[in-house]
Ligand binder design. Structure first.
Ligand SMILES: C[S@@+](CC[C@H](N)C(=O)[O-])C[C@H]1O[C@@H](n2cnc3c(N)ncnc32)[C@H](O)[C@@H]1O
Ligand SMILES: [Zn+2]
Length: 317
Protein backbone atom coordinates (compact mmCIF):
# COMPACT_ATOMS: atom_id res chain seq x y z
CA UNK A 1 0.00 0.00 0.00
CA UNK A 2 1.53 3.41 -0.90
CA UNK A 3 2.31 5.57 2.12
CA UNK A 4 0.56 8.92 2.33
CA UNK A 5 2.39 12.18 3.07
CA UNK A 6 1.69 12.16 6.82
CA UNK A 7 3.19 8.68 7.22
CA UNK A 8 6.39 9.84 5.57
CA UNK A 9 6.77 12.98 7.63
CA UNK A 10 6.50 11.83 11.24
CA UNK A 11 7.33 8.48 12.83
CA UNK A 12 5.13 7.82 15.87
CA UNK A 13 7.34 7.44 18.94
CA UNK A 14 7.09 4.45 21.35
CA UNK A 15 4.12 3.17 19.37
CA UNK A 16 4.14 -0.48 20.51
CA UNK A 17 4.76 0.48 24.13
CA UNK A 18 1.97 3.09 24.07
CA UNK A 19 -0.53 0.56 22.72
CA UNK A 20 0.51 -1.95 25.37
CA UNK A 21 -0.39 0.57 28.06
CA UNK A 22 -3.49 2.08 26.46
CA UNK A 23 -4.81 -1.37 25.51
CA UNK A 24 -7.51 -0.21 23.10
CA UNK A 25 -10.43 -2.65 22.87
CA UNK A 26 -13.46 -2.86 20.60
CA UNK A 27 -16.16 -0.32 21.48
CA UNK A 28 -13.76 1.84 23.45
CA UNK A 29 -13.41 5.58 23.09
CA UNK A 30 -10.10 7.49 23.11
CA UNK A 31 -8.85 11.06 22.98
CA UNK A 32 -5.57 11.71 21.20
CA UNK A 33 -4.79 15.13 22.69
CA UNK A 34 -1.83 15.72 20.35
CA UNK A 35 -3.06 14.26 17.07
CA UNK A 36 -0.12 15.58 15.01
CA UNK A 37 0.15 13.52 11.85
CA UNK A 38 -2.16 10.87 13.31
CA UNK A 39 0.34 8.02 13.69
CA UNK A 40 -0.75 6.90 17.15
CA UNK A 41 -4.42 7.45 16.34
CA UNK A 42 -4.17 5.33 13.20
CA UNK A 43 -2.73 2.46 15.24
CA UNK A 44 -5.48 2.79 17.89
CA UNK A 45 -8.20 2.81 15.23
CA UNK A 46 -6.65 -0.15 13.45
CA UNK A 47 -6.79 -2.27 16.62
CA UNK A 48 -10.46 -3.05 16.21
CA UNK A 49 -13.36 -2.19 13.93
CA UNK A 50 -15.29 -0.37 16.66
CA UNK A 51 -12.73 1.76 18.49
CA UNK A 52 -13.33 5.52 18.21
CA UNK A 53 -10.91 8.43 18.58
CA UNK A 54 -11.28 12.15 19.02
CA UNK A 55 -8.14 13.94 17.90
CA UNK A 56 -7.11 17.37 19.18
CA UNK A 57 -4.34 19.53 17.74
CA UNK A 58 -3.65 23.23 17.77
CA UNK A 59 -1.89 23.10 14.40
CA UNK A 60 -4.22 23.33 11.40
CA UNK A 61 -1.57 22.14 8.98
CA UNK A 62 -1.14 18.91 10.97
CA UNK A 63 -4.90 18.45 11.18
CA UNK A 64 -5.22 18.71 7.40
CA UNK A 65 -2.67 15.94 6.83
CA UNK A 66 -4.02 13.73 9.63
CA UNK A 67 -7.55 13.99 8.22
CA UNK A 68 -6.34 12.76 4.85
CA UNK A 69 -4.53 9.87 6.49
CA UNK A 70 -7.48 8.82 8.65
CA UNK A 71 -10.19 9.41 6.10
CA UNK A 72 -10.93 5.71 5.64
CA UNK A 73 -12.00 5.34 9.31
CA UNK A 74 -15.06 7.48 8.61
CA UNK A 75 -17.21 8.40 11.62
CA UNK A 76 -14.93 6.56 14.05
CA UNK A 77 -12.54 9.52 13.94
CA UNK A 78 -13.36 13.15 14.72
CA UNK A 79 -10.99 16.06 15.00
CA UNK A 80 -11.00 19.36 16.92
CA UNK A 81 -8.73 22.33 16.29
CA UNK A 82 -8.07 23.28 19.87
CA UNK A 83 -5.55 23.42 22.68
CA UNK A 84 -5.53 20.30 24.85
CA UNK A 85 -5.88 22.59 27.85
CA UNK A 86 -9.53 22.69 26.69
CA UNK A 87 -9.94 18.90 26.65
CA UNK A 88 -13.02 19.04 28.86
CA UNK A 89 -14.75 21.60 26.61
CA UNK A 90 -13.87 19.55 23.53
CA UNK A 91 -15.50 16.50 25.08
CA UNK A 92 -18.58 18.49 26.06
CA UNK A 93 -18.83 19.77 22.49
CA UNK A 94 -18.58 16.20 21.19
CA UNK A 95 -21.32 15.25 23.68
CA UNK A 96 -19.19 12.64 25.38
CA UNK A 97 -18.98 12.33 29.11
CA UNK A 98 -16.17 9.87 29.84
CA UNK A 99 -13.58 8.03 27.78
CA UNK A 100 -11.52 4.84 28.05
CA UNK A 101 -8.17 6.39 27.29
CA UNK A 102 -6.27 9.63 26.72
CA UNK A 103 -2.93 9.94 24.95
CA UNK A 104 -0.60 12.93 24.76
CA UNK A 105 2.62 12.83 22.75
CA UNK A 106 3.98 16.25 23.68
CA UNK A 107 6.12 18.81 21.93
CA UNK A 108 6.53 19.49 18.25
CA UNK A 109 6.04 17.13 15.33
CA UNK A 110 8.56 16.62 12.56
CA UNK A 111 6.18 18.60 10.36
CA UNK A 112 6.78 21.62 12.60
CA UNK A 113 10.43 21.01 13.40
CA UNK A 114 11.39 20.39 9.79
CA UNK A 115 9.41 23.36 8.48
CA UNK A 116 11.59 25.88 6.65
CA UNK A 117 9.25 28.76 7.43
CA UNK A 118 7.93 28.44 10.99
CA UNK A 119 11.07 29.23 12.95
CA UNK A 120 11.23 26.13 15.20
CA UNK A 121 14.66 25.07 14.01
CA UNK A 122 17.97 26.86 13.63
CA UNK A 123 18.69 24.67 10.60
CA UNK A 124 16.67 27.01 8.39
CA UNK A 125 16.61 30.79 8.20
CA UNK A 126 13.03 31.88 8.89
CA UNK A 127 11.04 34.49 10.80
CA UNK A 128 11.27 33.72 14.52
CA UNK A 129 7.65 32.62 14.98
CA UNK A 130 7.45 29.24 16.83
CA UNK A 131 3.70 29.32 17.45
CA UNK A 132 2.21 25.85 17.04
CA UNK A 133 -1.17 27.50 16.53
CA UNK A 134 -0.70 30.15 13.86
CA UNK A 135 -4.34 31.14 14.05
CA UNK A 136 -3.92 32.21 17.69
CA UNK A 137 -3.00 35.70 18.78
CA UNK A 138 -0.11 34.44 20.90
CA UNK A 139 3.08 36.45 20.75
CA UNK A 140 5.78 35.01 18.51
CA UNK A 141 9.33 34.32 19.71
CA UNK A 142 10.45 37.53 17.96
CA UNK A 143 7.74 39.46 19.86
CA UNK A 144 9.01 38.07 23.18
CA UNK A 145 12.61 39.02 22.39
CA UNK A 146 11.46 42.50 21.43
CA UNK A 147 9.29 43.20 24.46
CA UNK A 148 10.56 41.29 27.51
CA UNK A 149 13.20 42.67 29.85
CA UNK A 150 16.73 41.28 29.85
CA UNK A 151 15.95 39.60 33.18
CA UNK A 152 12.80 37.95 31.83
CA UNK A 153 14.58 36.69 28.70
CA UNK A 154 17.40 35.24 30.81
CA UNK A 155 14.88 33.57 33.12
CA UNK A 156 13.11 31.87 30.22
CA UNK A 157 16.38 30.65 28.70
CA UNK A 158 17.60 29.40 32.09
CA UNK A 159 14.39 27.76 33.28
CA UNK A 160 13.02 26.32 30.06
CA UNK A 161 16.34 25.68 28.33
CA UNK A 162 18.41 24.76 31.40
CA UNK A 163 21.08 26.95 29.78
CA UNK A 164 23.72 28.03 32.26
CA UNK A 165 24.91 30.87 30.01
CA UNK A 166 21.42 32.35 29.86
CA UNK A 167 22.41 35.75 31.22
CA UNK A 168 25.15 36.24 28.65
CA UNK A 169 22.78 35.30 25.84
CA UNK A 170 20.03 37.60 27.14
CA UNK A 171 22.48 40.49 27.44
CA UNK A 172 23.55 40.14 23.78
CA UNK A 173 19.94 39.92 22.61
CA UNK A 174 19.04 43.11 24.45
CA UNK A 175 22.21 44.89 23.30
CA UNK A 176 21.26 44.20 19.69
CA UNK A 177 17.72 45.41 20.31
CA UNK A 178 18.99 48.60 21.97
CA UNK A 179 21.24 49.29 19.02
CA UNK A 180 18.20 49.29 16.73
CA UNK A 181 18.61 45.72 15.44
CA UNK A 182 15.95 43.60 17.15
CA UNK A 183 16.17 39.89 16.40
CA UNK A 184 13.59 38.87 13.82
CA UNK A 185 14.94 35.65 12.30
CA UNK A 186 16.37 32.30 13.37
CA UNK A 187 19.68 33.13 11.67
CA UNK A 188 20.04 36.41 13.59
CA UNK A 189 19.32 34.58 16.84
CA UNK A 190 21.87 31.85 16.12
CA UNK A 191 24.53 34.44 15.30
CA UNK A 192 23.75 36.36 18.48
CA UNK A 193 23.99 33.21 20.61
CA UNK A 194 27.25 32.18 18.96
CA UNK A 195 28.70 35.64 19.64
CA UNK A 196 27.56 35.46 23.26
CA UNK A 197 28.86 32.00 24.14
CA UNK A 198 31.33 31.05 21.42
CA UNK A 199 31.25 27.69 19.71
CA UNK A 200 33.47 25.06 21.32
CA UNK A 201 34.63 22.29 19.00
CA UNK A 202 33.81 19.73 21.67
CA UNK A 203 30.17 20.81 22.08
CA UNK A 204 27.94 17.80 21.55
CA UNK A 205 24.95 19.94 20.72
CA UNK A 206 24.71 23.22 18.87
CA UNK A 207 24.97 26.17 21.31
CA UNK A 208 21.57 27.46 20.15
CA UNK A 209 19.70 24.23 20.94
CA UNK A 210 18.72 25.07 24.52
CA UNK A 211 17.71 28.66 23.76
CA UNK A 212 15.49 27.54 20.87
CA UNK A 213 13.81 24.93 23.11
CA UNK A 214 13.27 27.55 25.82
CA UNK A 215 11.68 30.07 23.48
CA UNK A 216 9.37 27.45 21.97
CA UNK A 217 8.18 26.41 25.43
CA UNK A 218 7.59 30.04 26.40
CA UNK A 219 5.77 30.99 23.18
CA UNK A 220 3.38 28.04 23.44
CA UNK A 221 3.01 28.11 27.24
CA UNK A 222 3.86 24.40 27.19
CA UNK A 223 4.64 23.81 30.85
CA UNK A 224 1.96 25.97 32.47
CA UNK A 225 -0.86 23.84 31.10
CA UNK A 226 0.59 20.41 31.76
CA UNK A 227 -0.41 19.67 35.38
CA UNK A 228 -3.98 20.85 34.70
CA UNK A 229 -4.11 18.72 31.55
CA UNK A 230 -3.05 15.55 33.41
CA UNK A 231 -5.66 16.24 36.10
CA UNK A 232 -8.42 17.00 33.57
CA UNK A 233 -7.57 13.87 31.60
CA UNK A 234 -7.85 11.69 34.69
CA UNK A 235 -11.14 13.39 35.52
CA UNK A 236 -12.67 12.45 32.17
CA UNK A 237 -11.55 8.80 32.33
CA UNK A 238 -14.03 6.05 33.10
CA UNK A 239 -13.15 3.57 35.84
CA UNK A 240 -10.22 1.49 34.54
CA UNK A 241 -9.51 4.14 31.87
CA UNK A 242 -5.87 4.75 30.93
CA UNK A 243 -3.81 7.92 30.48
CA UNK A 244 -0.49 7.75 28.61
CA UNK A 245 1.86 10.73 28.22
CA UNK A 246 5.05 10.88 26.18
CA UNK A 247 7.45 13.71 27.05
CA UNK A 248 10.66 14.90 25.41
CA UNK A 249 12.58 16.75 28.09
CA UNK A 250 13.15 16.58 31.81
CA UNK A 251 10.99 19.61 32.69
CA UNK A 252 7.89 18.08 31.11
CA UNK A 253 8.64 14.64 32.48
CA UNK A 254 8.97 15.98 36.01
CA UNK A 255 5.54 17.63 35.87
CA UNK A 256 3.87 14.52 34.46
CA UNK A 257 5.60 12.25 36.97
CA UNK A 258 4.73 14.39 39.98
CA UNK A 259 1.14 15.00 38.93
CA UNK A 260 0.57 11.27 38.44
CA UNK A 261 2.21 10.62 41.83
CA UNK A 262 -0.06 13.18 43.50
CA UNK A 263 -3.09 11.56 41.88
CA UNK A 264 -1.89 8.18 43.09
CA UNK A 265 -2.15 9.44 46.69
CA UNK A 266 1.49 10.36 47.38
CA UNK A 267 1.65 13.18 49.92
CA UNK A 268 3.83 16.13 48.91
CA UNK A 269 3.62 17.99 52.24
CA UNK A 270 6.91 18.98 53.92
CA UNK A 271 7.97 16.15 56.29
CA UNK A 272 7.59 18.31 59.40
CA UNK A 273 3.87 18.93 58.82
CA UNK A 274 1.90 17.06 61.51
CA UNK A 275 -0.80 16.13 59.02
CA UNK A 276 -1.34 16.11 55.27
CA UNK A 277 -2.69 19.36 53.84
CA UNK A 278 -1.95 18.76 50.15
CA UNK A 279 -5.16 16.79 49.72
CA UNK A 280 -3.43 13.58 48.60
CA UNK A 281 -6.09 11.12 47.53
CA UNK A 282 -5.66 7.88 45.60
CA UNK A 283 -7.43 8.28 42.25
CA UNK A 284 -5.08 6.38 39.95
CA UNK A 285 -2.66 3.52 39.94
CA UNK A 286 0.65 4.25 38.23
CA UNK A 287 1.33 1.71 35.47
CA UNK A 288 4.94 2.72 34.82
CA UNK A 289 7.08 2.66 37.95
CA UNK A 290 9.95 3.84 35.77
CA UNK A 291 9.31 5.73 32.54
CA UNK A 292 9.28 3.59 29.41
CA UNK A 293 12.04 4.64 26.98
CA UNK A 294 12.65 3.70 23.34
CA UNK A 295 14.68 0.65 22.39
CA UNK A 296 18.10 1.07 20.83
CA UNK A 297 16.62 0.05 17.51
CA UNK A 298 13.99 2.79 17.69
CA UNK A 299 16.51 5.51 18.55
CA UNK A 300 18.71 4.35 15.68
CA UNK A 301 15.86 4.41 13.22
CA UNK A 302 14.29 7.60 14.58
CA UNK A 303 16.80 9.84 16.40
CA UNK A 304 13.95 12.18 17.40
CA UNK A 305 12.74 9.48 19.79
CA UNK A 306 16.01 9.59 21.77
CA UNK A 307 14.76 11.68 24.67
CA UNK A 308 11.21 10.26 24.81
CA UNK A 309 9.76 9.03 28.10
CA UNK A 310 6.37 7.39 28.45
CA UNK A 311 4.35 7.34 31.67
CA UNK A 312 0.90 5.95 32.20
CA UNK A 313 -1.72 5.53 34.91
CA UNK A 314 -5.04 3.77 35.42
CA UNK A 315 -8.16 5.43 36.86
CA UNK A 316 -9.37 3.59 39.93
CA UNK A 317 -13.00 4.66 40.38
C1 LIG B 1 4.86 15.01 18.74
S1 LIG B 1 3.52 15.57 17.80
C2 LIG B 1 2.35 14.26 17.84
C3 LIG B 1 2.58 13.21 16.81
C4 LIG B 1 1.50 12.13 16.73
N1 LIG B 1 1.43 11.36 17.96
C5 LIG B 1 1.76 11.22 15.54
O1 LIG B 1 2.02 10.03 15.73
O2 LIG B 1 1.70 11.69 14.39
C6 LIG B 1 2.80 16.75 18.85
C7 LIG B 1 1.60 17.48 18.26
O3 LIG B 1 0.89 18.04 19.36
C8 LIG B 1 0.47 19.32 19.04
N2 LIG B 1 0.38 20.04 20.32
C9 LIG B 1 1.38 20.33 21.17
N3 LIG B 1 0.92 20.98 22.27
C10 LIG B 1 -0.43 21.07 22.09
C11 LIG B 1 -1.49 21.63 22.87
N4 LIG B 1 -1.25 22.24 24.03
N5 LIG B 1 -2.74 21.53 22.40
C12 LIG B 1 -3.01 20.93 21.21
N6 LIG B 1 -2.05 20.39 20.43
C13 LIG B 1 -0.78 20.47 20.85
C14 LIG B 1 1.49 19.88 18.10
O4 LIG B 1 0.90 20.87 17.27
C15 LIG B 1 1.91 18.62 17.33
O5 LIG B 1 1.19 18.48 16.14
ZN1 LIG C 1 0.06 15.94 51.96
Amino acid sequence: MPKNIAQNIHQPVLLVETLQLLKPQADEFFVDATLGLGGHTEAILAKSKETQVIGIDQDLEAIGLAKERLNSFGERFKVFHSNFSDIKQVLAEAKIEKVDGVLADLGVSSLQFDSRTRGFSFRFDAPLDMRMNRESNLETAADLLETLSEFEIAKIIYEYGEERLSRRIARRIVEKRDSGEPIKTTKQLVETIEKAVGRGKKDKIHPATRTFQALRIAVNGELEILERFVRDSVEILKKDGRLAVITFHSLEDRIVKQTMQKLSGKCFCPPKFPQCVCGAKKEVEILTRKPVVPSELETEENPRSRSAKLRACLKLN
